[in-house]
Design a protein around this ligand. Structure first.
Ligand code: ZN
Length: 335
């Protein structure tokens, strides 16, 4: 608690923080069952971009690349973090399986939170009475109606049941020894929530304006379709949120972006990249370093993501160099 007010920019390393702003927008597409049209998204911006469109099949929807236009601009000339993007990918893939789980074998991911085996840290599921405190104390996450201007969108809020889902989505990444320190829960970051009013498609998108904030559109719509950790959409939405958190990590430690770039992973795992972007990431017009790093962080946890833009069914084995980089620099070993 008290920490809430803590430093404003968590960016520990400040330097670049200011630069690092505007990372990206990502979206999680629609949900499974629904299938409506190829792009159900009704959103305001259904513009073209749709990044790539999502895989029609899943009905998804997709967020458009710059969804509502707004945030999309990149503040900086620099490339590094400028972009933002909505990701299309995520969503579309509501594949039934894909999202769901990490393959058993795949070492990485542990699927449901509970690591029975290795004695990893097992955190009890919070209740409505303590979920806010647990999100803050365990993960450094504050969820509230948006208070930062965001394309004129009205804010929205989510109830405790949805907050518990968010908590559950972060259990797995925080079971790794370095993830917590990278995020640094002692300096909370806030998920500012907004509603686009586009309807009930299970799609959401986000934008990271600085090291302490993720502005999320329609999170309630995305969480509505997730019944719990075993729901096929659970990993899809979890990946979306972890991807965004990857931008927070990078904004707080800019040198990680440089390191990722210098590792030239696209050359080492050519099948996993397209024009510098990890294939599962839907857009190709934003910042490849920023997005690929965030996407890799999400893939490390989920291990498998399928979508029109590329299919990676086993991140650990298909993108070994990128996996190793993420493991070494962001996650470390399981606790
Ligand atoms: Zn992103």
């Amino acid at each position: 608690m008290a920490r809430a007010s803590r430093q404003q920019d968590g960016a520990s390393d400040s330097t670049v923080v200011s630069i690092a702003i505007a990372l990206c927008v990502c979206a999680a597409g629609c949900a499974g069952g629904i299938v409506a049209g190829p792009d159900g998204r009704v959103g305001p911006a259904a513009d073209a971009t749709d990044a790539g469109g999502l895989p029609p099949a899943d009905g998804g929807e997709e967020p458009d690349p710059c969804l509502d236009g707004g945030p999309c601009e990149e503040p900086e000339p620099i490339d590094i973090d400028a972009g933002e993007e909505p990701d299309v990918d995520a969503g579309p893939v509501a594949d039934a399986d894909a999202a769901t789980m990490p393959d058993p074998d795949a070492a990485t991911p542990r699927d449901s939170g509970a690591p029975a085996d290795s004695g990893a840290v097992v955190r009890p599921t919070p209740t409505c009475a303590n979920v806010n405190q647990r999100l803050r104390d365990d993960f450094g996450i504050i969820i509230r109606p948006g208070t930062l201007p965001f394309s004129g969108l009205p804010s929205e809020d989510i109830g405790c049941a949805d907050r518990i889902k968010v908590y559950q989505m972060f259990i797995r990444p925080f079971q790794y020894e370095r993830f917590g320190p990278r995020v640094d829960p002692s300096v909370p970051f806030t998920m500012h929530l907004y509603r686009t009013g586009t309807g009930s498609t299970a799609s959401c998108s986000a934008y990271v304006p600085n090291a302490n904030a993720i502005q999320i559109r329609d999170l309630s719509d995305c969480l509505r379709v997730v019944s719990g950790p075993s729901d096929p959409d659970f990993n899809r939405i979890a990946m979306f949120l972890i991807h965004e958190t990857g931008h927070i990590i990078r904004a707080r430690t800019p040198s990680l972006g440089t390191s990722f770039q210098n590792a030239r992973l696209a050359a080492q795992d050519p099948a996993c990249y397209d024009r510098g972007f990890i294939v599962t990431y839907s857009l190709r017009t934003t910042n490849p370093i920023s997005e690929s790093m965030a996407e890799a962080i999400g893939l490390f946890v989920v291990n498998r993501k399928v979508g029109r833009y590329g299919t990676i069914s086993n991140f650990r084995t298909e993108c070994p160099h990128t996996y190793a980089w993420v493991r070494t620099n962001i996650f470390g070993n399981l606790l």
